[in-house]
Write a protein that binds this ligand. Structure first.
Ligand code: 9MR
Length: 389
């Protein structure tokens, strides 16, 4: 098969057959068949030629739909549970754990020869109500909160020990101001001080010494004019390394919006700057939103957006490919049908590489083309007769 051919069919739901026998019961034999018939022109196979892992966020619910499961299995070599590893989900009642969603995704990834990005251990959002209520009414003191966080990290990281490639240990600690800094008002720094970041990395490392531990944030890769937040992230991780904290990587989320300025050259420089500290880099939550007609169909309202959206995806991916320390590129949901964007940004959508009907969009083909060039280079030209030999 000519791997340079654009494989429209294989990019979509019809191109791969995968059997998902209900959440957590995926048949290894059926999924093994999927592995044997892998499309060499898929994103995962092309990216694999360069050593880059290409991933998507997903959910167990999405994987019960065969067409979606087929795309996740066929196109991606890396999976991030979008919500299933967050504290709110895994410990909804104090001391009562629900690992079902996380376990289903881990089983799916294993069956499909995929790695997992664990997301996320310490974040101010999606905390269990029992925790925030207890802190709010004073029944949980700051010293008890510190113990609870230590226990949470130890419990979750130990449970998945040996199964997680990257953990997003600390998520979104920095302000959006210029200059940017650790936000003293956000939940964790407000209650436990800035030192909680280094502690969290140490606790995670003790629970799984083999996992690569990341600091993850948005707007820390070429995404605003001043680059102030990227400067703050660089200072933060350099400081953590100076203290001997086991930080192994920086996660650049990559939530872009075509209406705002963004520089792919600056992104590459930012990736190189994190790498200069000896760290790995991951693009962890790439999506590019734009203005759309409505949240159901998500058709861009301007024809220029049809070019801007895939352009920014492509430029993000090329910056990632250009730096060998950038080891993965994850999209935050592969289909507009599952994207978080329309529910949060009124009037916006079209943020992923597949449309609401699971058809690959120009962003998919731009990424496939970039990966193909990265994998094989441009085909060589045959010599032609020249006027001046
Ligand atoms: O995709 C997630 C969405 O389903 C949740 O409702 C939301 C809650 O805040 O979190 C989304 O994922 C976020 C991620 O965990 C961290 N970076 C920002 C993402 C988009 O909000």
């Amino acid at each position: 098969m000519d791997v340079r051919r654009r494989s429209v069919l294989a990019a979509g739901a019809a191109g791969a057959a995968v059997a998902i026998g209900g959440a957590g019961t995926a048949s290894a034999a059926a999924l093994g068949a999927q592995h044997d018939h892998r499309d060499p022109d898929s994103l995962r196979e092309l990216a694999g030629k360069t050593g880059l892992r290409i991933g998507t966020a997903t959910s167990p619910q999405a994987l019960t739909i065969p067409a979606r499961a087929a795309i996740v299995a066929g196109q991606f070599s890396l999976v991030t549970p979008g919500n299933e590893m967050k504290w709110q989900v895994v410990e909804p009642t104090q001391g009562v754990f629900d690992w079902s969603g996380a376990d289903q995704l881990v089983a799916f990834a294993k069956a499909n020869d995929q790695l997992i990005r664990g997301h996320t251990l310490v974040w101010h959002n999606q905390l269990p109500t029992w925790l925030t209520t207890g802190v709010g009414d004073g029944t949980i003191s700051d010293s008890q909160l510190r113990d609870l966080l230590h226990q949470h990290i130890t419990t979750e990281v130990s449970r998945f020990r040996g199964k997680i490639w990257h953990w997003d240990v600390c998520n979104e600690f920095l302000t959006d101001s210029n200059p940017s800094m650790i936000d003293p008002n956000r939940f964790w720094a407000a209650h436990l001080g800035e030192g909680v970041i280094a502690d969290a990395f140490r606790w995670a490392h003790e629970a799984d010494p083999g996992a690569l531990l990341f600091y993850n944030d948005y707007n820390i890769g070429g995404e605003d004019g001043s680059n102030a937040k990227a400067d703050a992230a660089f200072t933060l991780v350099r400081g953590l390394l100076d203290q001997g904290a086991p930080v192994h990587g920086v996660g650049i989320q990559g939530h872009l919006d075509t209406q705002f300025g963004w520089s792919p050259q600056r992104l590459q420089q930012d990736i190189e700057r994190y790498a200069s500290l000896g760290l790995k880099v991951a693009i962890t939550e790439a999506d590019v939103r734009t203005f759309v007609n409505n949240a159901t169909d998500q058709v861009p309202t301007s024809s220029l957006e049809l070019f801007a959206q895939p352009y920014e995806f492509s430029e993000m991916l090329k910056a990632a490919l250009a730096v060998p320390e950038c080891v993965s590129f994850t999209v935050w949901g592969f289909t507009d049908a599952d994207s978080w964007v329309p529910g949060v940004f009124t009037g916006e959508g079209y943020a992923t590489p597949y449309d609401v009907n699971l058809n690959p969009k120009p962003a998919y083909f731009a990424m496939q083309s970039d990966l193909r060039l990265a994998a094989f280079g441009a085909p060589k030209r045959a010599h032609t007769r020249t006027p001046h030999p």
